[in-house]
Design a protein around this ligand. Structure first.
Ligand SMILES: Cc1cc2nc3c(=O)[nH]c(=O)nc-3n(C[C@H](O)[C@H](O)[C@H](O)COP(=O)(O)OP(=O)(O)OC[C@H]3O[C@@H](n4cnc5c(N)ncnc54)[C@H](O)[C@@H]3O)c2cc1C
Length: 801
């Protein structure tokens, strides 16, 4: 073991081994992996070894597909047998809604290029897996690239292949402490001290403690998980093929063949956390006693689904632990505020995600950014609030128990809520507000009577008319929306303007003006769809999506220069958006500011009655509107004042569901849909805000290359879809004469234009008005055509009046 490495990876499970493999593969071979026991000694040795390409997050699906392709490569490279059995896989649906969902998921997989799937009838499924009872099943999905592998062999294959490329690993070497130095980290082990530039927490069950060694509280917890291995099943002895990996969603089980028996794994509704502060240091390669009482219901369902299990004994029980983050996705990437400290942990399915995690982390460390959009597993998607133990317990438990439970897109899940509430929350609840959640905050969805219950649905729900009525209020009168759920950053200091000019690709607004501001990575991909405000007193605001607060702050801090101060105002500021043709009448009643002078995209500090507010004349609804920001403590008073002043005009509160419909009618994109770090300005129309004449901004060279080259292959368009009971939501495929030509980024109903609308990225040559296309909506093919980008008020006149 040397005394210095460029990178030290802590943990010799499948994830750590994949990280050193990818670092070495991409050219960084001065790396070592330290393992306190032997390779695989955490969760990895006792995993079921199942692999399947499908995941609800399409970006994670793509990384899983990458891992599966990689497996044969590392086997060949290392010469280590990984016991790969590509049996194919079945995912079965047992309720009408689930079957509908599976059919729409199948279309989503087509959109993201997973083409080796097909839908199957229960009869076909029964032939593919002859030990499965098809009783109560409505249909299923077959995927070619599924199966299982030998877990120990796979970890050794990654490690050996990494060693062949120059990386090192050491077993029986425990990391005991970490200390940040000027150039990186001092890693204290029981075999001596190593210094390094970067340290990676791939500690699996011990990730929590390895975080704490560096003063980092990671939102991760282990939970227990059961599977059983049966004795030989006679029917399997007579088959000349292995039964496929089979997931029975309504039964909460997965199954694969194991020699001539089967392995049946259970996602337990009655879940159990274990060692929330991380596994004990002396925890060896141990298992827990099986807890059959806790999983009785799932076992009964499993034995009914696979009746042959009723006639054979159970050879082995495995009750082991593995780790979860609140949303079940890994925690990967540079930890904000800890230079050179990286995470590759909370990987729930290391054998199918480990390859993608290792690849992304290695690219990130070496090139500054991963190639794929990995926001879904970025450690910076959580804020400080997620350090709370009870929050972690509730959310990880909810994810685990609901692993195979269907979640509807309009369903609001309870774990970790309510947490942060804007001061007017209770008054808004009394007014009928139905709440959703963004990051730690409760956000208004729509307003309804006390007894109203929304039905969970893949289609338009019974809240549809309520949302329609809120849209009408905004388009014809005036509506009030709580916008505490926007992010606000204050930038000041002698170099603030120069810094903003470099970090944002747009022209900076003049004093008293606001402007739309794309932010780019060096590779010319989007990093933010922001609005920048120049308050005229040397302070600037950047506003964006609330849930990206920590993620954006990491980017700002990573690029901070001398003479610039940036503060996240999210805990101190709140606000309301007043919008609609009557909004000027309302605001002018309660301010002595000459409101007529505040033109579209103007901004000013003004008094709203007793409140000193910051006001921007803009609105995401596309109407005449004002975003009024106040101190958190003034939020209740501001709401009362605005409601009172608007009473004569019939003001009504509205929620984000209406806002989503209103912005769609205007063709305004939003982050995580039209704008992601996987897309470029040219694809999304964000290039219209780039200031091509400025001397320098981050991502300039790449943006110019896109502009002056052949341009992007796909462009954002607005589609009108011939759909009447359901709307597109995102990632549905777009077809032209049976060829896949794009996908939906977001969709919904335009209540004013009375059309089912969707924004979609489609091949350039088809991005022209009146082009006829087809789109799958909840699994059913519908006619669609390209229409003008902004079906409501195409020239943007009403917001400028
Ligand atoms: C019953 C069960 C079934 C599963 N089935 C599947 C499946 O079918 N498919 C799938 O993909 N996944 C499955 N999993 C999940 C899978 O096991 C994990 O996702 C995976 O093992 C995580 O790997 P890891 O490298 O992150 O963590 P671990 O395997 O826990 O590795 C972490 C390593 O870090 C070492 N370490 C910790 N602290 C230190 C320190 N201070 N110094 C040095 N070394 C340290 C540990 O000794 C350990 O070896 C299953 C898990 C369980 C429990």
């Amino acid at each position: 073991m040397k005394s210095h490495y460029r990178v030290v990876v802590i943990g010799g499970g499948v994830v750590g081994a994949s990280v050193i493999y990818h670092l070495a593969k991409f050219g960084w071979s001065d790396v070592c992996m330290l393992e306190r026991s032997v390779l695989t000694a955490g969760s990895s040795w006792h995993a079921a070894g199942g692999i399947h390409a499908l995941n609800a997050d399409p970006n994670i699906s793509a990384l899983q597909a990458y891992t599966i392709d990689l497996l044969q490569e590392i086997e060949a490279e290392s010469g280590q047998d990984i016991g790969l059995h590509m049996t194919g896989g079945l995912t079965m649906a047992g309720t009408p809604d689930r079957w509908e969902w599976l059919q729409s998921q199948y279309r989503v997989y087509q959109s993201i290029g997973i083409s080796d799937c097909r839908l199957v009838t229960p009869k076909e499924a029964g032939e593919l897996n002859p030990i499965m009872s098809t009783e109560g099943l409505l249909g299923g999905m077959w995927a070619d690239r599924e199966g299982y592998l030998d877990t120990t062999g796979t970890v050794h294959a990654y490690a050996k292949a990494a060693r062949k490329r120059g990386a090192e690993y050491f077993e029986h070497t425990k990391v005991e402490a970490l200390e940040q130095t000027q150039d990186g980290w001092r890693v204290q082990t029981d075999k001596g001290t190593i210094t390094c530039e970067h340290v990676v927490n791939a500690g699996g069950l011990w990730a929590k403690q390895i975080g704490r060694m560096a003063g980092v509280e990671l939102p991760v917890s282990p939970l227990k998980h059961h599977y059983l291995i049966s004795d030989t099943i006679a029917k399997l002895e007579n088959l000349d093929f292995e039964v496929p990996m089979t997931v029975d969603l309504e039964g909460f089980t997965y199954l694969r063949q194991d020699q001539k028996g089967v392995l049946l794994g259970i996602y337990e509704i009655n879940h159990e956390h274990w060692a929330m502060d991380g596994a004990p240091w002396d925890y060896g390669m141990e298992l827990f006693q099986e807890q059959t009482d806790r999983i009785e219901n799932e076992l009964i369902l499993g034995f009914e689904r696979y009746p042959a299990l009723q006639d054979v004994g159970i050879k082995t029980w495995v009750n082991g632990a593995f780790t979860f983050s609140p949303d079940g996705n890994p925690l990967v990437g540079p930890v904000p505020g800890k230079r050179g400290y990286w995470c590759a942990c909370a990987v729930m399915a290391g054998f199918l995600q480990g390859g993608g995690v290792g690849k992304s982390l290695a690219e990130w460390m070496i090139h500054g950014e991963p190639e794929a959009d990995v926001y879904g597993m970025d450690v910076a998607r959580y804020g400080k609030f997620a350090e709370n133990r009870e929050f972690i317990k509730q959310t990880t438990g909810q994810f685990y128990s609901r692993r195979f439970v269907m979640t509807y897109p309009n369903e609001q899940l309870p774990a970790g809520r309510p947490l942060k509430m804007a001061p007017a929350h209770d008054a808004m609840t009394a007014a009928g507000c139905q709440w959703g959640n963004s990051w730690d905050l409760e956000v208004p969805l729509y307003f309804a009577s006390e007894e109203f219950q929304e039905n969970p649905s893949l289609k338009r729900s019974n809240a549809f008319p309520l949302v329609g009525s809120e849209c009408k209020t905004v388009r014809t009168g005036v509506g009030l929306l709580d916008i505490t759920g926007f992010s606000r950053f204050e930038v000041s200091g002698p170099n603030a303007e120069a810094w903003l000019d470099n970090i944002l690709a747009s022209k900076l607004p003049k004093p008293g003006r606001a402007g739309l501001a794309p932010m780019l990575s060096e590779e010319g991909k989007l990093k933010g769809d922001l609005t920048v405000f120049n308050w005229g007193d040397g302070t600037w605001w950047i506003m964006g999506s609330y849930y990206l607060r920590a993620w954006h702050m990491r980017w700002f801090n990573d690029h901070l220069t001398e003479g610039v101060s940036i503060i996240d105002l999210g805990e101190d500021w709140a606000g309301f958006s007043l919008s609609g043709p009557d909004s000027k009448d309302v605001i002018s009643k309660i301010t002595d500011f000459s409101i007529n002078e505040l033109k579209f995209m103007g901004c000013a500090t003004m008094d709203i009655d007793l409140i000193r507010a910051k006001v921007g004349r803009l609105s995401v609804t596309g109407e005449l509107g004002y975003e009024i920001h106040c101190r958190m403590g003034d939020h209740i008073a501001l709401r009362r004042l605005l409601l009172k002043a608007g009473a004569e005009c019939g003001i009504r509160e509205f929620g984000f569901n209406a806002l989503l419909s209103l912005r769609l009618e205007k063709g305004f994109g939003i982050w995580s849909a039209e704008f992601t770090q996987g897309y470029t300005p040219g694809m999304t129309g964000m290039d219209q805000w780039i200031d091509w004449d400025k001397e320098h901004f981050i991502g300039q060279a790449a943006a110019i290359k896109e502009r002056d080259g052949n341009g992007p292959s796909q462009k954002l368009v607005m589609l009108e879809i011939d759909a009447d009971y359901a709307d597109a939501s995102g990632y549905e495929p777009v077809w032209n004469n049976d060829s896949l030509v794009g996908f939906v980024t977001s969709g919904g109903y335009g209540h004013t234009v009375k059309k089912s609308l969707a924004l979609a990225l489609v091949n350039n040559e088809l991005a022209k008005k009146d082009q006829k296309l087809k789109v799958h909506v909840v699994g059913v093919e519908k006619d669609a055509k390209v229409i003008q980008m902004s079906p409501y008020d195409p020239d943007g006149l009403v917001m400028r009046v």
